[in-house]
Design a protein around this ligand. Structure first.
Ligand SMILES: Nc1nc2c(c(=O)[nH]1)N(C=O)[C@@H](CNc1ccc(C(=O)N[C@@H](CCC(=O)O)C(=O)O)cc1)CN2
Ligand SMILES: Nc1nc2c(ncn2[C@@H]2O[C@H](COP(=O)(O)OP(=O)(O)OP(=O)(O)O)[C@@H](O)[C@H]2O)c(=O)[nH]1
Length: 450
């Protein structure tokens, strides 16, 4: 198949002004194209300093080129990298020039993710690693990058493959036994199938929990600050952001529109949105802001309902609770603790003073707990819903197999079937059993040039 793919080209570096940019070309055989472009062959994996000369005979740029000969490249195909000067005019001219030299070879602009897709199709990387490439590029914190790198290095894939193999070995034993019905009687005892199954189950549970942590790192938390005017929402955003992002005054109704800021809590990306204070108003602009607050509440993972200790307005609690998204949590936070002698918060409420900083650390840990973050020694693997979903399904099959095994040898065929289903789920994670439309969906979210 790979011999039939057309060569592709893209700018691999971000657009903008920079010292150097990389244009990357991948195709089954780039030798003739390289001759046409540079009038000389290149030594495999060597850097060469050469001019790229336009059709008019004028030098477009002095560049460094590297030819990675198939299969020893990122994509597993022939790859040519052109490292040119970073100016956008230069990069675009080189791209255009390559496309016209490449016309006889059917050189095409690459689709988003197409280089990585080829690496996957040529078995250079599996699906977990392909997704990790994209997650590494998108990582907004060091922890997220580290987790993506752990997946990219193949650590996560190896655990999945080892577990799939353990399931396969048990499956083969059962299937072989099913072919010889007289042996079925003692199967579970003789091969310690129940022990093997419970080992598989605990390994699966460990992988699942590391992935769930990775999912938190990837997806983060969407927190909305809501409450009556002057409760201290903007002040809280500024403290969480450790910056002056939102205007604070003692005039009720200061914040008119949503202000969103991305912060890191323990490496978890958290978007915090400050909103217009909730109250009845005849001011047209303020009313639009308040409508936006309700929309934000409906989209939040967590709503922090801020209450002014001096002027508590509890009736908003019910309204916020009614309007929140089905899966979101409302956390009531009483602010301005410094202005009152004492507060008596309900059991799951927090009291803080943005002014003195009291209670802020506890608020942060509550948010992390709500995100599902459990700090542990095991570093998480960058994971997606697709992975945790498949792992959870595999878990259900293993548990069902355990139920069959708890009965007796008469249901060995059902036991075998559940093992098969669990095995397929694990295969779908690494891409060994993956429908084409899913591949299209995964790679379409990449950036061009990757
Ligand atoms: N210039 C450049 N830098 C880059 C990349 C790239 O494609 N080009 N990468 C793109 O993501 C990352 C590195 N990933 C790469 C992965 C494999 C191979 C490669 O040539 N693999 C061969 C040889 C392996 C070896 O020598 O050990 C192979 O797998 O056979 C190159 C880059 C980050 N930096
Ligand atoms: N004493 C005290 N004052 C606070 C505290 N938090 C905020 N304030 C003050 O309360 C006033 C209102 O704070 P903001 O952060 O603007 O309140 P807001 O909820 O964003 O208000 P709107 O934009 O009107 O919705 C400001 O004068 C703040 O300095 C606190 O913990 N203690």
């Amino acid at each position: 198949m790979s011999g039939h793919r057309l060569p592709i080209i893209a700018i691999a570096t971000a657009t903008g002004r920079g010292a150097i940019s990389v244009v990357r070309i991948s195709g089954p055989r780039l030798g003739p194209f390289i001759m046409a472009l540079l009038q000389r062959p290149l030594i495999d994996r060597h850097s060469h300093y050469l001019p790229i000369i336009g059709m008019d005979g004028i030098t477009i740029d002095q560049v460094i080129v590297i030819h990675f000969q198939a299969p020893h490249s990122f994509t597993g195909e022939d790859v040519l990298e052109i490292q040119c000067h970073g100016g956008q005019a230069v990069v675009r001219q080189i791209l255009k020039h390559c496309l016209s030299i490449g016309q006889p070879f059917h050189l095409q602009p690459a689709r988003p993710g197409e280089f990585t897709e080829r690496a996957f199709l040529n078995n250079k990387i599996d699906l977990i690693q392909a997704e990790a490439v994209s997650d590494l590029i998108d990582a907004s914190s060091e922890s997220a990058a580290r987790a993506a790198m752990a997946s990219l290095s193949g650590e996560f894939s190896k655990q999945i493959n080892d577990l799939a193999e353990a399931i396969l070995r048990l499956r083969l034993l059962v299937e072989a036994t099913l072919d010889f019905p007289e042996e079925e009687i003692d199967f579970l005892e003789k091969y310690q199938a129940r022990t093997k199954l419970s080992e598989i189950e605990s390994r699966l549970a460990l992988i699942l929990s590391r992935c769930q942590q990775g999912l938190v790192l990837r997806e983060g938390l969407n927190v909305v600050l809501a409450g009556a005017p002057n409760a201290g929402k903007s002040s809280l955003l500024n403290v969480l952001a450790a910056d002056d992002v939102s205007i604070v005054t003692d005039i009720a109704g200061t914040t008119r529109d949503k202000i969103t800021h991305l912060i890191q809590l323990d490496g978890i990306p958290v978007t915090v949105t400050d909103t217009a204070g909730l109250r009845d108003t005849s001011d047209e602009i303020e009313a639009i802001g308040i409508a936006r607050t309700w929309t934000a509440i409906e989209q939040a993972d967590v709503v922090l309902h801020l209450i002014d200790a001096l002027n508590p307005q509890r009736q908003l609690d019910t309204e916020i609770d009614r309007r929140r998204a089905r899966s979101s949590t409302v956390l009531t936070v009483i602010n301005k603790l410094d202005l009152v002698d004492s507060v008596s918060p309900e059991s799951d409420e927090l009291s803080i003073s943005v002014k003195t900083g009291e209670g802020i650390d506890e608020l942060k840990s509550r948010l992390l707990a709500l995100a599902g973050w459990q700090p542990s020694q095991e570093s998480p693997w960058m994971a997606r819903q697709r992975h945790t979903g498949a792992l959870a399904k595999a878990m259900v099959h293993i548990e069902t197999a355990a139920v069959h095994a708890a009965l007796d040898d008469r249901v060995l065929d059902l036991f075998a079937e559940e093992l098969r289903l669990a095995h397929d789920e694990l295969g779908s994670i690494t891409g060994k059993v993956t429908p084409d439309d899913l591949l299209g969906e995964i790679f379409s979210h990449f950036c061009i040039g990757k």
